[in-house]
Design a protein around this ligand. Structure first.
Ligand SMILES: NC(=O)c1ccc[n+]([C@@H]2O[C@H](COP(=O)([O-])OP(=O)(O)OC[C@H]3O[C@@H](n4cnc5c(N)ncnc54)[C@H](OP(=O)(O)O)[C@@H]3O)[C@@H](O)[C@H]2O)c1
Length: 288
């Protein structure tokens, strides 16, 4: 079975590609920066340089593949890009494995990016095309690795806008492992898989876990304060609104649910937040 991976050079894509390689595959990737792909993957992938919005690029890239991993960035126009890909693949018989968002937010009136995921999912499900939808919760690498630790470095504290609610954060590498299984087997065709980490963690708990390595005091804030600070930092209005609604949803405990889907698909338990933090802080030279 051969797979094309879109969005191969971001947070999730490299893990999908590396897991496919580990399964003995030679995945194909469509990338805007071929050098970046060669640096990440060496000769283990087939690189097609181009834009995933370009039908001619897609036509070449999908020639002979059985499945496409559909990921494009969190953006105002995400649905336009992804619906374009789905449209181009209509009647091709090629299976689409779509990366979506946290399950509880995928509603017609959900936060901006999530309601785009809702629309893309609906079109895909009704298209008659073979598909699998992956709905991961927030990635440890983004919410903790980039946002929370980034904030700690910049301000000396962690902003908690979700009170005592927990989020069952997932390691991006586990999302890649699930995607690779789904791209190389047919066991989950037509299904929507909700993917979570092993347990929900709150910000106060995260603060304690990081505190083993370095001080990480928590400062409470209302979601509206987060929106205001995002706007102040030049984040566009639609995106600040998206994050406000995401934090409100998290604060209501909507992303605390835990599933065992990841273990069922990969045959091993999800990575823990403790393991993620130890590796991340060791790499940063913080942990001894
Ligand atoms: N962050 C979270 O916690 C979270 C949780 C659940 C779901 N999600 C969903 O995950 C998705 C984002 O995944 P991610 O974090 O891996 O994204 P990302 O890091 O932003 O990576 C996006 C990838 O797409 C590529 N790309 C962008 N536009 C392209 C184009 N026109 N043609 C070809 N390649 C293009 C980028 O390549 P370049 O290197 O050229 O830029 C990059 O490889 C979103 O749909 C988001 O809603 C995120």
């Amino acid at each position: 079975m051969s797979a094309l991976v879109l969005g191969a050079t971001g947070n999730i894509g490299p893990h999908v590609v590396h897991e496919l390689i580990a399964l003995g595959q030679t995945p194909r990737v469509v990338v805007r920066d071929a050098d970046k792909a060669h640096t990440l993957f060496g000769d283990a992938v087939e690189v097609i340089a181009g834009d995933m919005s370009d039908p001619a690029v897609l036509d070449t890239a999908t020639d002979g593949v059985d499945s496409v991993f559909l990921l494009s960035p969190h953006s105002f126009g995400m649905a336009n890009v992804q619906l374009g890909v789905i449209r181009e693949l209509r009647r091709s018989g090629i299976r689409i494995v779509k990366l979506s968002g946290t399950s509880s937010a995928i509603t017609p009136d959900g936060p901006h990016v999530c309601r785009q995921h809702w629309e893309i999912e609906r079109v895909l499900q009704e298209s008659g095309q073979p598909f699998v939808i992956l709905r991961p919760n927030s990635f440890m690498q983004v919410l903790v690795g980039q946002l929370m630790l980034g904030q700690l470095r910049a301000t000396g504290s962690i902003i908690n806008a979700i009170g005592q609610a927990g989020i069952s954060l997932i390691d991006a590498r586990d999302v890649g492992a699930v995607a690779a299984q789904v791209l190389t087997r047919h066991d989950w065709d037509g299904q929507t898989l909700e993917l979570t980490g092993p347990r929900a963690v709150t910000y106060p708990q995260l603060s304690k876990l990081v505190g083993v390595y370095e001080p990480a005091p928590v400062v409470d804030a209302a979601p509206a304060q987060v929106r205001a600070s995002l706007l102040q930092r030049g984040v566009p209005g639609w995106e600040a609104e998206h994050f406000l609604e995401m934090y409100e949803l998290f604060a209501a405990g909507e992303s605390a649910f835990v599933t065992d889907t990841l273990e069922q698909v990969t045959g091993r338990p999800p990575r823990t937040i403790e393991a993620f933090l130890a590796e991340t802080l060791e790499q940063a030279g913080v942990a001894s």
